[in-house]
Design a protein around this ligand. Structure first.
Ligand code: NAP
Length: 171
C-alpha cells in the first residue's frame, strides 16, 4: 500500500525557530485559522507534546479541535485522549502503516520539532509560514533546502506580525 500525499504545515521565524518553552512564541490568528481550515477534512499527525499543548488551548477556548482526526505519536501505549477523533501510534512504522491504511488522499504533519524531523523525508509539500523577526526559540524546524520549488508565496500582516505564506515542493 502506498502513502498518500504527505504535507507539512509549520510556522517558523527567520532563524527557523518554531517554539519556546513548549509554546509557539507568536500569536497570529490568520495563521491558526488557515491551519484549522486546511486540516478540517483531513488526518493530522502530531507529537504528544504539541497535541497536549494544542488540546489545552482549545479546552480553554471551549472550542473543538479543528482537524477531522488526530494521529498522536507517543511511546506511551496508554496515551488517552478525551476526544474520540484521536488515536495513538507508538512508532514511526506504526504511524506510516496507519496512514497507508487510512484511505486519505492527503495527510498533514503539524509538529512539533521531533515529528517534523522524522517525517520530512516522507513529505511531498511544505506549507510554510515565515514570520518576520527572531523569537529566541529553543526548538527548530529541520533543514528544508531540498524543497526548492516555490508553488505559491504571499506576504501578509496580522496581530502586529508580518509574515510570508509559502508553498514549497522538491524540484
Ligand atoms: N511553529 C509551529 O508551527 C509549531 C507547530 C507544532 C509545534 N510547535 C512547537 O514545537 C515544540 C514541541 O516539539 P517537540 O519536539 O518538543 O515535541 P513533539 O514533537 O510535539 O512531541 C514529542 C513527543 O512525541 C513522541 N514521539 C516522537 N517521536 C516518536 C516516535 N518515533 N514514536 C513514538 N512517539 C514519538 C514522544 O512522546 P513520548 O515521550 O510520550 O514517547 C515525544 O516526547 C513546542 O515548542 C511547540 O510549540 C511549533
Amino acid at each position: 500500500m502506498n502513502l498518500p500525499k504527505v504535507s507539512i504545515i509549520v510556522a517558523i521565524d527567520e532563524k527557523g525557530g518554531i517554539g519556546k518553552n513548549d509554546k509557539i512564541p507568536w500569536h497570529i490568528k490568520k495563521d491558526l485559522v488557515r491551519l484549522a481550515n486546511m486540516t478540517r477534512d483531513h488526518m493530522a499527525i502530531i507529537g504528544d507534546r504539541s497535541y497536549n499543548s494544542m488540546a489545552g488551548y482549545y479546552d480553554r477556548s471551549g472550542r473543538p479541535m479543528p482537524a477531522k482526526e488526530y494521529l498522536v505519536l507517543s511511546k506511551n501505549k496508554d496515551f488517552k485522549s478525551q476526544r474520540n477523533n484521536t488515536s495513538v501510534a507508538t512508532s514511526i512504522g506504526d504511524a506510516l502503516n496507519r496512514i497507508k491504511k487510512s484511505g486519505e488522499k492527503e495527510v498533514f504533519v503539524i509538529g512539533g520539532a521531533s515529528i517534523y524531523k522524522q517525517f520530512i523525508e516522507f513529505a511531498d509539500r511544505l506549507y510554510l509560514t515565515v514570520v518576520k523577526g527572531e523569537f529566541n526559540c529553543d526548538t527548530f524546524f529541520p533543514d528544508y533546502s531540498d524543497f526548492n520549488k516555490e508553488i505559491f508565496s504571499e506576504e501578509d500582516f496580522d496581530e502586529g506580525h508580518r509574515f510570508t505564506f509559502r508553498i514549497l515542493e522538491r524540484e
